[in-house]
Every structure is written in C-alpha cells, then in structure tokens.
Design a protein around this ligand. Structure first.
Ligand code: G3I
Length: 386
C-alpha cells in the first residue's frame, strides 16, 4: 500500500498540483530576455506538511540515497558559467554526453584524447559527484580507423578482439576508482516486436558473446565498477525490454559480471506513457541488478501548450516514481538539463523543449514536478552509493 501511495503521489504531482498555465518554456521564436535567473535552490518554499520542496534536486534525492544526474556537454561546461554552476548545484551524478565515446577518446588508433573526459572526472570530484561512464562499446560514434578497417577487411576477428581489449582495458583502468559505473555495451538490441542483437561490427566479428567479453574486460580493469547494459525504448515491458531481461538472466547464470540495466528514458509525447515502468524495473531488481534511468528527456512537437506541459511533467514523474519504487534503482539521469543545449532539436525536426529547464535556465513545470516527487516520496529504499 505504501508503495502504491508513492506512485499515486508521483502522478498527482504531475497533474493536480501544477498550475497548468502559461509556461516559462520557450514556445517558439526568441522572446524578450528573461529576468535575472532565480537561484533554483532558492529559499525553501514550504509545501503542505512543511515539506521543503524548492531545494536542489541532489539535496531532495539524498534522503532516498538516489543519484540525480545529467549528461554534460563539455563545451558548455567550459564556456557557460551558469550551466557549470547549475550542473554542480543540482546533480550528484554526471555522464559525459560525448567525450567518453570511442570516436572522441581514441580518434587515432592507440592515441587517446583524454583531456575533456579528465576534465569531467575532475569536475565531478570537485563537486562531490559520481561519474557514470558512457560508453565503451556502441555501434555509433566509432572512430573511422576502426569502422574503415573492418569494412575493408584489414581488421579481422582476431585483431578486433585485441583492439576491443586494448580500448576497454585502457579506458577503464585510467578511470579506475573514479567512474562508479560504465555503460559497457550501449543499444545492443534492434527495435520492434522481434528484437535480435544488432548486426554491429562487434557482433559480426566477435559473435554474440562480444557482450560477455566486454563485460569481463571491464571487470578485470576495474573490479569495483558497476557494469551496465544500456538501451532506449525499454522503459516499459515490451519485447525489447524482455530481450534484455532474458539476456541478463543468462549472463548472471554464466557468472558474467553484469551489475546493472540502464533504461535511457528518451520519451516522446506522441507515444504511450510507460506506466508499467515500475513492474519492468522490478523484474530486473529481482535478478539482483541495479537499475537506472540514464538519459531521460521528454520531447514533443513545438509549440508547447498546457497539455504538452502537463504530459511532460507526468512523463518525467512516471519514470522518477518507477525508480523510487525500485529498491536498487540507484540513479535518475536527464540527458541534458536545459533546452539550451539539448540534442533533440538537431535530431528530431520540429521537436524540442525536452529538458527540465528552459533555454534561459528557468525551471519548467517538469523541474518543479521532479522536485515535488522527490520531496513528497516518503518511502526511501535503503540505497547506497550516492
Ligand atoms: O565532435 C564532432 C566535431 O568534431 C564536428 O565538427 C561536429 C560537426 O560534424 O560533430 C561533432 O560530433 C557530434 C557529436 O555529437 C559531438 O558533439 C556528432 O556530429 C553528433 O552526431 C553527436 O550527437 C550525439 C549523438 O548521441 C550521436 O548519436 C549527441 O550529442 C548525444 O546527445 C547523443 O547521445 C546518445 C547517447 O550517447 C546514447 N543514447 C541516445 C542518445 C541520443 O542519440
């Protein structure tokens, strides 16, 4: 009953408690410059029952032992003071949006570009944040020397096995003790009703056991790091999330070091709300796995209106509530916290406003919804780690 109460509160916080009125989110052409941004973690506004709601997300999440994270755009972190200050104030976890991907880390074979990733790790250390490493093996953002080498046949199975071992070992060892968890393999399965392992260069040349191989390499390089698989469109119970559930069971049975499942949480208001996310996460939790929402944003076709705003609030809170209801859900990470730097407009024509803060760093209803759910959820599971 207590757990159901959180769920109901989470959903109520989405709809009933928010003035569905004009939104601060940008609805279209550039508007007049916003007033000086209010400190998001300003004077605590007391809601019903004396709950202090207007605190930074990381402060509100702490009572649940939950990590609240964001993907970090390193160019913005370096150039934008307000972005940097909010990234430090609001979040207890950070994920490199791009700079820990293979193409960015090892653009030339054997030559690493550690700078930006090192800067993020140092930023996290300075701000008492955990780092979620993203990502070791993915079919996207691979360096040309690797993909070209496989394509022209100059890199065969044996050499790819060595290349993968060198990359994973080099990267994970460098950040040993500094990266709490790694997305070891990202987006391994295809979409749709009959998901199969994607036909990536790793699957082609190393076979389906490439996933176990990568997990074992990462574990050898940092035995304390939590090792995740990570994918999108698996937030509810569906053939793709079930494919991961079966794979996780198999890997655990084979004593392969898989410790967590990452649910990216890229939602779109034109698709059904994943209301069975709690049941979905619960089955992974029962396997003894950590779970995390790793890349949450909620996109829709602009302009925004009162209903899309309410839908966005409900969507963020549905996933956050699912995490709070899951004992080993350790982290809730948004894929960028401000519309100013979101990846969405560049990838989905006509869509945007997908993050909790608008392009002037002003809190949107989605941000207020996250605050309130964290503040009113009264059933902290015994999480550790954050
Ligand atoms: O670094 C190059 C730069 O040298 C070049 O000048 C510039 C122009 O071509 O491109 C830069 O690379 C871009 C990269 O982001 C870094 O900014 C790529 O073109 C661009 O495609 C890439 O987009 C990233 C996208 O993954 C690639 O699929 C997004 O920023 C990033 O938010 C997005 O994140 C992924 C997660 O890693 C996995 N889950 C899905 C999520 C959204 O696609």
């Amino acid at each position: 009953m207590r757990k159901l109460r959180i769920a109901l509160v989470g959903v109520l916080a989405a709809g009933a408690l928010y003035p569905i009125g004009p939104s601060t989110a940008s609805a279209g052409p550039a508007q007049a410059p916003a007033p000086a941004p209010q400190a998001l973690g300003g004077p605590a506004a007391h809601g019903p029952g004396g709950t202090s709601t207007d605190l930074p997300l990381r402060v509100l999440a702490r009572k649940h032992g939950l990590g609240i994270g964001t993907a970090v755009d390193m160019a913005a972190l370096e150039a934008d003071t307000e972005y940097r200050e909010l990234a430090a104030r609001e979040f207890s976890a950070v994920t490199a949006e791009n700079v820990m991907k293979w193409a960015e880390l090892e653009p030339t074979r054997g030559e690493y570009n550690w700078g930006p990733a090192d800067e993020l790790v140092e930023f996290a250390r300075r701000n008492g944040q955990k780092v979620h490493g993203h990502t070791l093996l993915w079919h996207s953002q691979l360096p040309a020397w690797l993909t070209d080498g496989v394509a022209d046949g100059s890199i065969d199975s044996a050499e790819l096995r060595d290349i993968v071992r060198n990359h994973i070992t080099t990267v994970v060892k460098r950040y040993r003790g500094k990266v709490r968890a790694w997305d070891v393999v990202n987006e391994a399965f295809t979409d749709g009703n009959f998901p199969v392992l994607r036909d990536t260069i790793f699957h082609q040349l190393l076979g389906p056991d490439y996933i176990a191989y990568a997990l074992r390499l990462a574990h050898a390089a940092d035995p304390k790091a939590k090792l995740f698989l990570n994918d999108y469109a698996i937030d509810n119970i569906n053939p793709k999330s079930t494919a991961y559930y079966e794979l996780a069971k198999q890997l655990r049975k084979q004593r392969v070091p898989m410790h967590g499942m990452g649910f990216q949480g890229h939602l779109d208001l034109q698709y059904p709300l994943p209301i069975d996310a709690p049941q979905n996460l619960a089955r992974f939790d029962k396997l003894g796995l950590e779970t995390a929402f790793t890349e949450v944003d909620v996109r829709f076709f602009l302009p925004i209106d009162t209903y899309k705003e309410a839908g966005q609030v409900g969507s963020f809170n549905t996933l956050l509530t699912a995490c709070l209801l899951t004992p080993r859900c350790v982290m809730f990470t948004v894929w960028g916290f401000t519309d100013k730097y979101s990846w969405v407009p560049g990838f989905f024509d006509g869509q945007g406003a997908a993050t909790p803060l608008d392009e002037n760093f002003q809190p949107k209803a989605a941000y207020r919804g996250l605050q309130q759910t964290l503040a009113v959820a009264s059933d902290p599971n015994s999480r550790r780690g954050f």
